[in-house]
Design a protein around this ligand. Structure first.
Ligand code: T46
Length: 130
């Protein structure tokens, strides 16, 4: 988890994200997920090389992480909380609140070839490296 500093004053709050400062990589891409359907699960893949930071800038959601040895579940429910997800981690996102806006900062451009979308292939890739 990364806790971002909140700059608060009487008119509201601000969080600043800066590459290679509080975001630990060059930021090549930003995307956001919203209008998510209740009871549906997103993600269900790993990345061979991509690193990302996930921030729920509005609402909340839960992210499960699995590196084939350990599993963890993280609730993202504040705009100053970032979840760093390194490569080779199977992730699933669910329990989206109706107002959830999940913003993701990524260190690479979109590349479908970097995804592993089958769990058995993910375990094989971790074990054999290919
Ligand atoms: C991840 C989690 C947290 C693009 O065309 N460009 C993009 O930059 C992205 C991220 C997606 N797409 C296309 C690919 C699919 O046709 O948008 C569609 C939905 O993507 P996907 O089903 O992969 O979305 P999620 O929510 O399951 O996963 C996304 C990211 O793809 C993934 O890298 O880690 O959010």
């Amino acid at each position: 988890m990364i806790n971002f500093q909140i700059r608060e004053n009487i008119s509201g709050s601000l969080v600043a994200l800066e590459e290679n400062k509080n975001i630990p990589f060059d930021i090549r891409r930003v995307y956001y997920i919203y209008d998510t359907k209740k009871d549906l699960v997103r993600g269900m893949h790993s990345h061979k090389a991509l690193q990302q930071v996930l921030i729920c800038v509005k609402g909340s959601c839960t992210v499960s992480l699995d590196d084939s040895l350990e599993k963890a579940e993280v609730v993202l429910d504040a705009p100053n909380k970032g979840l760093l997800v390194r490569s080779n981690v199977w992730r699933e996102m669910y329990d989206f609140s109706p107002d959830c806006v999940l913003m993701v900062l990524a260190d690479k451009h979109y590349d479908e070839a970097d995804y592993i979308r089958d769990y058995q292939d993910f375990l094989r890739y971790i074990r054999d490296g290919k």
